[in-house]
Ligand binder design. Structure first.
Ligand code: WT7
Length: 570
C-alpha cells in the first residue's frame, strides 16, 4: 500500500486544484471585522464574534483532568476573557507589553492568554516543565512585565534577577499576595465583563511570542501578528475540515505553536467545540478522552501515534472510537508504518501537515479530498508557493533534493525574531524566499517529501542519506518501537550510519536480532542505508513536541556538550 485514495465525502475543500487556482487571502480577510472597521483582534474573532452572531450558548471548551471536569460556552468565555483583559489593564499592562503565561493546561491558562491578547498585549506561553534557566532566559529576552503562574511553579521564576518583571499573578486557592504578587481569582472578581476591554488592533500588530530552540544558540522569540488569524482560520477550515458541529481535540500544549495556532485559534475562529485535556496521559486516557467527548477531529503527532501503536491491541478494543472522522499529524515525519496502523485500527487515513513555529500555520498538507502518498507531507496549501531551491537560491526540478523554501509573504509568517534582526534575516537570505532549514524534494505530482533537517543529513561514502528514511524503515521491523539515526564521523566514509533503537517491550536484545534488523534494512531499503552500528537504548532524547533530537544523540556519541536542552522532554 503506497497510496491511499480519499473516501467519498462532502469536504470543505472539495477540489484542491480549483481552489489553488482561484484562492486569495484577501477574500478570507473579509470574513472578519477588519473589512468593516480596518481593525481586528484575534481574541475577539475567536470568541466574541460567535456571541455577536448568535452562537453564544454553544459549547466552546470541554475541559477535563483527573480532578476537574468543566464546560464553557462562547458567552462564558467572552465574559471571562473581558474580565481578564480588564485585570491586566488594572495591573498597568499596556498595548504591546509582554505578558507571559507559565502554568499547566487549565481553563485559566486559556482565559488569561485570550484576555491579555484582547487588551493588546503580546503573550508568551511557557511550557510548565521549564526549569529556572529556561524561564529566566525567555523573560529576560522578552522583557516581560507580567507573568501568570501557579504557586507550584512560582519558585522557578527568579524575580530578583528580572528587572522588567513587575507583577506575578498566581492562579490557585488562598495564594499569598504582596506588592508584586496578585491573586488571579481576587483580581478577576474585581473586574467587570464589559466590552470596553477590547483593544482594536492593526493587522500587523503583534499578539504572540513563541520561543523556539535552533540547532545552535539561545532560544529565539518568534513574533506573530494579529492577521495570522486569516491563515489559522482558513487552514483549520480546509485542512482540519472543521465545522461548528465538530468536537475537536488537539493534543499539543500551548507552550508550543501547535497548541496555540491549532489548540486555540484555528478551532475557535471556526466556532468548533475545543476539547482540552490536562495532565499527562496514558494510552487509556487518550482513548478515553476521545470516547467520552465524542471527538470528531483529532490533531496529534507521530510520537503519540507510535506510542499508541506499541501498546497491546486489547487496550484500544475497550473503547468506542467511532465518533472520529478525521485524524491529522504534525511535528516530525509521519512514518508510512504509522499511517498503515491508523488505517487498520481507525479506518481513517492519518493526514500529515508540515509547518514550523516560524511559519505560524500549516503550509504543506494532505487533504481529505486528495490521495495520500505514504511518507509524503502532501502539497502546498492554496495561496502558498513552495519550492526546492539549491544553495544559490535557484529552483530545482522535480525529484531533486534541496532546501525546502516558501515564497515569502503569507499571512501567518513570523514578522521578526525578537531583538534579533540578524537571525531573522538568515531565513530570507535568498531574494523572495523563506528558507526552512529542512531538506526535501518535490515529486512530479507536486507532493513534497521530507528528508531531514539540513544539519541532520548524512553523507556516507559519497551517498546522501536522510535519517528519516532509515528510521521509518527501522520502526517497520516488528521488534523496533522507535529509532533515531545520525551520521557518525568516520575517516574513510566521511560518516557512517549509526542507529539508536528502542525495542518493543515484547522483544529482547540478541546478536541475532541485531543482525536481523540490519538485514531487514539492507533488503527493504538499500545496502548503503544499513546502520553500521546499532545502539540499543531505553529512551530517545526528544523535544516536547515529540521530535527525536538527533543533535543530542550526536553529542552523546561524540562526547560533546549537547547545547541548549530547554526544549527537551524530561
Ligand atoms: C520543524 C519545525 C509547527 C508544528 C510543530 C513543530 C519538523 C514539522 C513536519 C512534518 C516532517 C516536520 C521540520 C520543521 N516538522 N512538521 N509533517 N514532517 N517534519 O514545530 O518545533 O517549529 O519544528 O519540525 O523539521 O522544520 P517546530
Amino acid at each position: 500500500m503506497k497510496i491511499l485514495q480519499p473516501k467519498q465525502g462532502n469536504y470543505q475543500l472539495q477540489n484542491y486544484e480549483s481552489a489553488k487556482n482561484s484562492f486569495s487571502w484577501d477574500d478570507v480577510r473579509d470574513v472578519f471585522t477588519w473589512s468593516k472597521t480596518g481593525k481586528i483582534n484575534i481574541a475577539y474573532e475567536s470568541i466574541d464574534r460567535h456571541v455577536k452572531e448568535g452562537r453564544g450558548a454553544k459549547k466552546a471548551l470541554l475541559y477535563s483532568d483527573p480532578s476537574r471536569n468543566e464546560t464553557y460556552t462562547f458567552e462564558q468565555l467572552k465574559k471571562l476573557t473581558n474580565q481578564a483583559a480588564h485585570m491586566f489593564r488594572k495591573l498597568d499592562v499596556e498595548k504591546g507589553d509582554r505578558v507571559f503565561i507559565f502554568m499547566p493546561r487549565a481553563p485559566e491558562l486559556y482565559i488569561a492568554l485570550l484576555g491579555a491578547i484582547k487588551m493588546g498585549a503580546v503573550v508568551g506561553p511557557l511550557f510548565e516543565a521549564f526549569m529556572k534557566d529556561a524561564v529566566k532566559s525567555r523573560l529576560e529576552d522578552s522583557e516581560a512585565s507580567v507573568i501568570v503562574t501557579t504557586p507550584e511553579l512560582v519558585s522557578r521564576i527568579p524575580v530578583d534577577e528580572l528587572p522588567h518583571l513587575k507583577k506575578i499573578i498566581l492562579v490557585g486557592d488562598d495564594v499569598k499576595t504582596d506588592e508584586k504578587h496578585f491573586s488571579y481569582s481576587k483580581e478577576m472578581k474585581a473586574c467587570t465583563d464589559d466590552d470596553s476591554a477590547i483593544e482594536w488592533m492593526d493587522l500587523e500588530d503583534g499578539f504572540i511570542l513563541h520561543y523556539t530552540s535552533g540547532s545552535t544558540g539561545k532560544p529565539k522569540g518568534v513574533y506573530h501578528v494579529h492577521q495570522a488569524m486569516i491563515q489559522h482560520y482558513q487552514t483549520a477550515k480546509w485542512v482540519l475540515d472543521l465545522r461548528e458541529d465538530d468536537i475537536y481535540w488537539c493534543t499539543a500544549d500551548p507552550g508550543w505553536v501547535t497548541g496555540t495556532s491549532y489548540g486555540i485559534f484555528g478551532p475557535w475562529l471556526n466556532g468548533a467545540t475545543n476539547v482540552i485535556r490536562g495532565g499527562r496521559f496514558s494510552p487509556d486516557d487518550w482513548y478515553d478522552t476521545i470516547e467520552k467527548n465524542n471527538v470528531t477531529v483529532w490533531y496529534s503527532a507521530p510520537t503519540a501515534f507510535r506510542m499508541l501503536m506499541s501498546t497491546p491491541s486489547d487496550v484500544i478494543k475497550k473503547y468506542d472510537l467511532s465518533s472520529i472522522r478525521h485524524i491529522l499529524s504534525v511535528g516530525e515525519p509521519l512514518n508510512p508504518e504509522v499511517v498503515r496502523w491508523g488505517w487498520e485500527v481507525f479506518k481513517h487515513r492519518i493526514h500529515d501537515t508540515w509547518w514550523m513555529t516560524e511559519t505560524g500555520a500549516m503550509l504543506i498538507c494532505n487533504y481529505l479530498s486528495e490521495p495520500i502518498k505514504l511518507g509524503s507531507m502532501g502539497k502546498p496549501f492554496p495561496g502558498i508557493e513552495a519550492a526546492i531551491i539549491d544553495n544559490n537560491g535557484k529552483k530545482l526540478p522535480p525529484n531533486e533534493m534541496g532546501n525546502l523554501a516558501i515564497k515569502k509573504g503569507w499571512p501567518s509568517q513570523m514578522r521578526k525574531i525578537w531583538k534579533n534582526d540578524e537571525k531573522f534575516n538568515e531565513y530570507f537570505a535568498f531574494e523572495g524566499w523563506y528558507v526552512s532549514g529542512d531538506t526535501a524534494y518535490m515529486d512530479e505530482d507536486g507532493y513534497f517529501w521530507f528528508q531531514g533537517r539540513n544539519d541532520d543529513l548524512i553523507m556516507t561514502a559519497g551517498e546522501r542519506v536522510g535519517p528519516f528514511e532509515i528510521e521509518s524503515k527501522l520502526v517497520e521491523h516488528k521488534a523496533v518501537a522507535e529509532a533515531g539515526v545520525i551520521g557518525k564521523p568516520d575517516e574513510i566514509r566521511g560518516h557512517i550510519i549509526k542507529a539508536f533503537v528502542v525495542l518493543n517491550p515484547s522483544h529482547e536484545y540478541s546478536e541475532e536480532l541485531e543482525k536481523e534488523i540490519k538485514t531487514f534494512i539492507k533488503t527493504e531499503l538499500s545496502a548503503h542505508a544499513v546502520p553500521k552500528e546499532i545502539e540499543f537504548t531505553d529512551k530517545l532524547p526528544k523535544t516536547r513536541s515529540g521530535k527525536i533530537m538527533r543533535r543530542v544523540l550526536k553529542a552523546w556519541e561524540l562526547n560533546e556538550p549537547a547545547g541548549d536542552l530547554s526544549s527537551m522532554d524530561d
